[in-house]
Structures are given as structure tokens and as C-alpha cells.
Write a protein of this length. Structure first.
Length: 412
């Protein structure tokens, strides 16, 4: 029989010390000195056999009848061997999964973190792939309900047209599910239980096309210097001829990264492909030919980016634009060795500086540093990237620019 009467509950006032009124079967109400009233339920946990106490809310927000209903539901859980407090935690956890665990929301939240870690072009490419290929596949689904066969089907469909993209997507999904587990949106990483090589046929490794024939390179140099298109496209191609940056670093090059006084290019380490914070920034000497290209570009491009789009917008040109220019100039045939794209200039540079090693006599480590290549050994990386190869790099890049200038002026 219940011990608390509604009228007595309503009239109960606070005393100097807090006190309780018991309603029986574990339910009581705590009357505080300020006369506020808090429902409490005390019980012995069926799982740990320890005494526990749970708050059921304040009176009068929680009425006597409602408090008794809550206490009854707690006793029913206990009778089933379930601890009410632990059960409430699970209910809240599941609610969080249901509210925040929608696949699209998880992806968007993950990308907020990714944006700070990825190069801009990589970030844009990943977002595009998820927007076009992945989100529509799992629209309005809880990430915790997605199963292995669905992931396999997505990857197999992607692999039909773009096997390399499918291979990258497998890694992206693995990282996404790791994040979702960490945030509590699902209980385990389902990608970890999939064998990539079973689902996807490994794409054949394909090197970037490069030009290594001096006669073809001579034609390319002349074509670039005579190009009649957009000035930023033309000067970006002239620049990458002399200083073969990765396409991402070339396109997003900023004026603040050019030290005209000391004739240096300085790109912060976090903007390079190798982002090890213990490594120095990428520093390269600028030859007279490169300075001339930059001075010409300064006549056209004000603002943040060196190779900006036409118009007032302070945004860089797209990486595909110089590639299209090369294609229009006729450098598009793998059969006759004339195909080249932005990244291929790095291969051309490396092949020819190795071929003409006896002319410039620059060591292997400096040649690797010019391309910001990492030694395979971690200990070696730690030491070699503390070494200063600037003098050797000046020799190497001066030789290379002079070599290109010789090709440009060769009218044979």
C-alpha cells in the first residue's frame, strides 16, 4: 500500500536538513531545505548486486502517479535481470545513433575533420565522389544498419568504370567507418571484415606519361612559350617546366610563398604531399628564368594566388585547364611519346637530370629533395630532411633552366 498521500506531498515543506518521504517498493521523494522535491528510486542491481539510486525527476513536473509508473517500469526491468540505470544509458546511446547516425550526417561530419587534413584538391575530389556515388546509395539510412553485401555491391559497381577510384573508395570507407565507431554511431567497422583483393581486381600500375626525348621536349618548350591562350595557363606551364611541382602545389601556389629578395620558393610542409610535421618546409631556389616568369605573371595576377583565373575572383585555375592546353597543343599521344600532363613534368625532369648527371654533378639526395621525395627508411628520413641541400639545388635548377632555355633557342 502506498505511503505518500497527494495532499501530504503537496504540503510537504523543507526543513533545516533534507529528508525523504517513502512511497514503498523503492520509490521515495527527497524534500530539500528550499522545499524543492526530487523523486528517487533505490534498488539492488540485478547485475552487480550493489545498491543504486536513480533520479526520476522533480515534483510537480513529475506527478505522484507518473513517478509510480516509472518506478513500476524499473521494477519490471529488474525482474528481467536488467539494471534500469544501465538500460537508460543504452536507450540514450541508441537515440544518439538514430539522431546523428544517418549516413549523410556522419559523412558530412567526417568531412569537416577531413577538410583540415587534406590538400584542397584531394578534399574536393573526395567530397565529389561521396556526393555522386556513395550518399545516393545509402540515402536516409542509419550507418549502423548498412551491411557487408551493400558495401560489396557499391564497390563492384564503381569498379566497372573506374577501378582505381573503387580502390581508393575502399580506403575512404574504411576511414569513415573507423570514425563512426569512434563517435558511437555504429558498434564495429564492417569494412575491416572485407577483403579488398577479393572484391576488387587490383588496378594495373600505370606511370604518368612523360617526355624524355630531347627533340620532343624541345618542341614542347617552344609550344609552351608560344602558347596564345590564357596567361595564367601559359605561365603555369612555363613555371612547371623549370620547377616541376606537383599539380596541387603548382595550381594553388600563393604569392606569399615566393621570396623575391632571396629568390626562394617556400611552401609550408602541411601543404605538401608528405605532411610530416617534423620535416622542414619545402624550399627551392628560383632561377633567373623562373623569376622572369613570375614577374610577368605579376602584371596580370593580383591577390592571393599566382596562377589565378581570369576576372576578379581570387581563385586559382583548375588543374585540368593546363592539361587541356597541352592536349590542344598536340601532346596527347602515348604511341609516339608526346603525351604529357602536369604531373609528367616531374618524370621528365627526373629522367633528364639523371641522364645528364655528369654535366651538373648534383648528388642523389639533392635530386630527390628537388621533387620532395621521401627516403623509404624512417631513420634516413629523419636525418636527410634536416640536411641543407640549397647550394646543390641552386646548381641543379640553374643547370635545368639553362638546359630548357637552350632548347627554346635551338632553331635547328
Amino acid at each position: 500500500m502506498s505511503n505518500i498521500q497527494p495532499l501530504a506531498l503537496k504540503k510537504a515543506k523543507g526543513k533545516q536538513k533534507a529528508y525523504t518521504l517513502s512511497d514503498g517498493k523503492g520509490l521515495s521523494i527527497l524534500i530539500k531545505p528550499d522545499s524543492s522535491k526530487l523523486w528517487e528510486f533505490r534498488y539492488t542491481s540485478p547485475t552487480t548486486l550493489k545498491r543504486r539510486k536513480s533520479s526520476l525527476g522533480t515534483y510537480p513536473d513529475v506527478t505522484l502517479a507518473l513517478a509510480r509508473e516509472k518506478a513500476k517500469s524499473y521494477r519490471e526491468l529488474i525482474a528481467q535481470g536488467i539494471d534500469p540505470i544501465d538500460n537508460n544509458k543504452e536507450v540514450k546511446k541508441q537515440f544518439k545513433k538514430d539522431q546523428q547516425g544517418i549516413f549523410e550526417k556522419v559523412v558530412d561530419e567526417w568531412f569537416l575533420k577531413q577538410e583540415k587534413e587534406l590538400a584542397p584538391s584531394t578534399y574536393v575530389r573526395k567530397v565529389g565522389q561521396f556526393d555522386n556515388d556513395v550518399k545516393p546509395f545509402f540515402v536516409n539510412r542509419l550507418i549502423s544498419t548498412i551491411e557487408h553485401p551493400e558495401i560489396v555491391k557499391l564497390l563492384e559497381m564503381k569498379a566497372i568504370k573506374a577501378p582505381e577510384s573503387a580502390s581508393r573508395l575502399f580506403g575512404y570507407l574504411n576511414n569513415l567507418w573507423q570514425y563512426a565507431v569512434m563517435k558511437g554511431y555504429c558498434d564495429f567497422n564492417i569494412i575491416a571484415n572485407l577483403q579488398k583483393k577479393t572484391i576488387l581486381t587490383p588496378p594495373k600500375a600505370k606511370n604518368y606519361s612523360k617526355i624524355t626525348d630531347p627533340e620532343i621536349l624541345k618542341k614542347l618548350v617552344k609550344s609552351i612559350y608560344l602558347y596564345q591562350g590564357n596567361y595564367s595557363v601559359k605561365n603555369s606551364l612555363k613555371f612547371v617546366l623549370h620547377l616541376p611541382l606537383r599539380a596541387e602545389n603548382l595550381i594553388t601556389l600563393k604569392w606569399e610563398q615566393i621570396d623575391f629578395n632571396n629568390k626562394l620558393l617556400i611552401i609550408p610542409r602541411h601543404l605538401m604531399k608528405a605532411k610530416n610535421e617534423n620535416m622542414d618546409d619545402f624550399i627551392m631556389p628560383l632561377t633567373d628564368q623562373v623569376i622572369e616568369i613570375l614577374n610577368e605573371q605579376r602584371l596580370f595576377a593580383n591577390g592571393t594566388f599566382v596562377f589565378k583565373t581570369t576576372g576578379y575572383a581570387d581563385v586559382p585555375i583548375n588543374a585540368t585547364t593546363p592539361n587541356r592546353a597541352l592536349e590542344r597543343m598536340g601532346y596527347n599521344s602515348e604511341e609516339d611519346g608526346t603525351k604529357i600532363r602536369l604531373h609528367g613534368f616531374r618524370g621528365t625532369f627526373r629522367s633528364l637530370i639523371d641522364t645528364y648527371l655528369t654535366e651538373h654533378k648534383v648528388g642523389y639526395e639533392a635530386r630527390e629533395r628537388a621533387l620532395d621525395h621521401l627516403p623509404p627508411n624512417r631513420v634516413e628520413r629523419a636525418y636527410t630532411h634536416k640536411a641543407n641541400y640549397l647550394q646543390e639545388l641552386e646548381t641543379l635548377m640553374r643547370w635545368w633552366s639553362n638546359y630548357l632555355e637552350g632548347l627554346q633557342n635551338d632553331n635547328r
